[in-house]
Ligand binder design. Sequence first.
Ligand code: F6R
Length: 244
Amino acid sequence: MNIIRVKDYEEMSRRAAAIISAQILLKPDCVLGLATGSSPEGLYQNLIRQYENKELDFSRVTSVNLDEYKGLAPDHEQSYRRFMNDHLFDHVNIDKARTFVPDGLNEDSEKACLEYDQLIARTGGVDLQLLGIGNNGHIGFNEPADAFACGTHCVELTQSTIDANKRFFASEDLVPRYAYTMGIRNIMEAKKILLIASGKAKAEALKAALDGLVTPKVPASVLQLHRDVVVVADEDALGLVDRS
Ligand code: F6R
């Protein structure tokens, strides 16, 4: 595991964007696994800037997103599809037909998850998976649990995640209770993983993930078993990590 310690959110965004753009330059038809949330917003802005400066071409890139709230339509203000359109896809020359997010409107969880797994397989597999980390150590919506979930599955969100995400909704009641998410196997099958984290709120989760035991109680700890992980995190987020 390669840990890149940076000063702040801005530097994290720049350094992480450089890793993604290197991937696109090396393999223009690569498959990117993408994440939503506040962690990657600055990174996406950097990628947009590089595209505008004609340094980056997304025309052959395919993307698969980690997760989506169950029950939200693609154009819902808080859906992850909408997030991706607003923060990246609408601003670069990616072919939207090759950008994939789990179908939040599919009420048949089993079918929705199976279809997403099949879709990921059809892309040929993820070259670079971008991840944020939840305050409770979740990755995607893989919440602390007794066992690692393998493929795409439907999860009931924990109170900690609802608390962390309610800032985006008019009230807590409006936060969806379920989500579709890639599973740990999907994430671990990516050829390369890029984990980003910024701020003190992530310090305990990052400590447990990087220095603790590998356990489904801290889903991100499984990344210790992947052979190509880069962590780009700022001083606050790495504050409790020994090896930093
Ligand atoms: C988002 C996702 C989540 C977030 C995590 C951190 O697609 O899968 O696991 O990466 O909740 O969220 P932020 O970046 O908002 O702190």
